[in-house]
Design a protein around this ligand. Structure first.
Ligand code: NAD
Length: 426
């Protein structure tokens, strides 16, 4: 089966789906995965493409394109965020859905992988237009989502406000309130305490484990973070509260650098007021490219995929890369980092905190019984630390493999075992 490779990505050097396939095929060789199961896991179970026509504020109709991809549902219902971005396309959504399958398996939560997206630029849309896009998109993909089928969540450019519209739209369509349809909701609609910061908090937990394991002193480390959104900002704030030194942060417009360490709460205030982190007093403006190459011990890409490539992997100065974003490192760059002895905590482990607390939120929503924030944090830490330890066990067993391959082996073993046990229908 040939999968559609979009025109745009044909000319684009880094296709996330090709990255995801390469990772899968490399891992399959290690565990001598049956070629039939490999074929099954290479292609998504289901792709739904929808048209999202809405009336714009100027009265004209505009049609947006939306997708929902369910990669694999052998271990449970689909789980994965919804992205609003001009670059969303079928390959990206498919790759992200596949990464969700591995991520849920690595942290051993009972979900399969899914992802959705709408091709749009939210910076050019009013709140009303955004609401209409969300409501129509959810109605269109309503065929395949549901609390037992596939549960969306936030991703790039989507937030708790949008999750509330999703919950309402689905509930209106079925005729009763269904808080379990989506995670990342506001607390007042059955959201979980600690969900908004969960991915960032998970990044911090995993960094604490990785620095211990690789013998790096976190308290003396300099940290650079690309992306100052939900994940990047929350990770930065929690590191800052722990007394760590964050020397650089950035958003889509560029970054700032101060070797003495940034005052993260002040940078946040500044970015809220000015719409960007740049031009913060006492710091040097840098580009996103420069951010990846600043002198630091720990580099945390927390923006979008394909940021660490063969062009800059040789220039990275960090000893440890913690992938808070999905797919920030290309396979070619991965090899270079490996050869240079730079440790990488892979995305499917590093940013799993979000889906873990989403799982907690779904459980709470289904039970209508809500947990205290400290219980959420403690259970998140348990899941992340346990997953980290299990990945380390795989690294020791297979010897000479890096953490990405180990995490992929663990995930692929779990998913393929479920697929084999379920067998083929009919
Ligand atoms: P967000 O929209 O809240 O923030 C994204 C940040 O990246 C913003 O600061 C934005 O300005 C910046 N950015 C966007 N394009 C950029 C570019 N080309 N170069 C540099 N910076 C750029 O998104 P988020 O939810 O923080 O997600 C960030 C990453 O983390 C994504 O890869 C996402 O898939 C992944 N992720 C998010 C969650 C979650 O719970 N939100 C969970 C797991 C993984």
């Amino acid at each position: 089966m040939a999968i559609h490779v979009s025109e745009k990505k044909k000319n684009y050097r880094i296709n996330p789906l090709h990255m995801a396939w390469e990772q899968l095929e490399t891992t399959a060789k290690f565990i001598k995965l049956d070629s039939g199961i490999l074929q099954k896991l290479k292609y998504p179970k289901r792709i739904l493409t929808v048209s999202v026509p809405i009336k714009m504020d100027n009265g004209k109709i505009q049609v947006f394109k939306g997708y929902r991809v369910q990669h694999n549902l052998d271990r449970g219902p689909g789980k994965g965020g919804i992205r609003y971005h001009p670059d969303v396309d079928i390959d990206e959504v498919t790759a992200l859905a596949m990464w969700m399958t591995w991520k849920c398996a690595v942290v051993n939560i009972p979900y399969g992988g899914a992802k959705g997206g709408v091709v749009c630029d939210p910076t050019k849309l009013s709140q009303t237009e955004l609401e209409h896009i969300t409501r129509r998109y959810i109605s269109e993909i309503g065929l395949i989502i549901g609390p037992e089928k596939d549960i969306p969540a936030p991703d790039v450019n989507t937030n708790a406000r949008i999750m509330a519209w999703i919950m309402d739209t689905y509930s209106m369509n079925v005729g009763y309130s269904v808080p379990g349809i989506v995670t990342g909701k506001p607390l007042s609609l059955g959201g979980s305490r600690g969900r908004a910061e969960a991915t960032g908090r998970g990044v911090v937990f995993v960094t604490q484990e990785a620095t211990k394991y690789f013998g790096i002193d976190l308290t003396k480390s300099k940290i650079a973070i690309q992306g100052f959104g939900n994940v990047g900002y929350n990770a930065a704030r929690i590191f800052y509260d722990l007394g760590c030194k964050i020397v650089a942060v950035s958003d889509v417009q560029g970054g700032i650098y101060d070797p003495e360490g940034l005052d993260i709460p002040a940078v946040y205030k500044h970015s809220q007021k000015n719409g960007k982190v740049q031009n913060f007093k006492g710091t040097k403006n840098i580009s996103n490219k420069q951010l990846l190459e600043v002198p630091c011990d720990i580099l945390i890409p927390a923006a979008i995929e394909g940021q660490i490539t063969e062009d800059n992997a040789n220039k990275i100065k960090a000893k440890l890369v913690v992938e808070a974003a999905n797919g920030p490192t290309t396979p070619q760059a991965d090899k270079i980092l490996d050869q240079r002895g730079i440790k990488v905590v892979p995305d499917i482990l590093a940013n799993a905190g979000g889906v873990v607390v989403s799982y907690f939120e779904w459980v709470q929503s289904l039970q209508a019984y809500f947990w205290k924030e400290k219980d959420v944090q403690q259970r998140l830490q348990e899941v992340i630390v346990n997953a980290f330890d299990e990945v380390v066990e795989v690294m020791k067993k297979y010897k000479k493999i890096n953490m990405r391959t180990a995490a992929m082996i663990l995930a692929l073993q779990r998913v393929s075992e479920a697929a084999i046990l379920r067998g083929l229908y009919p």
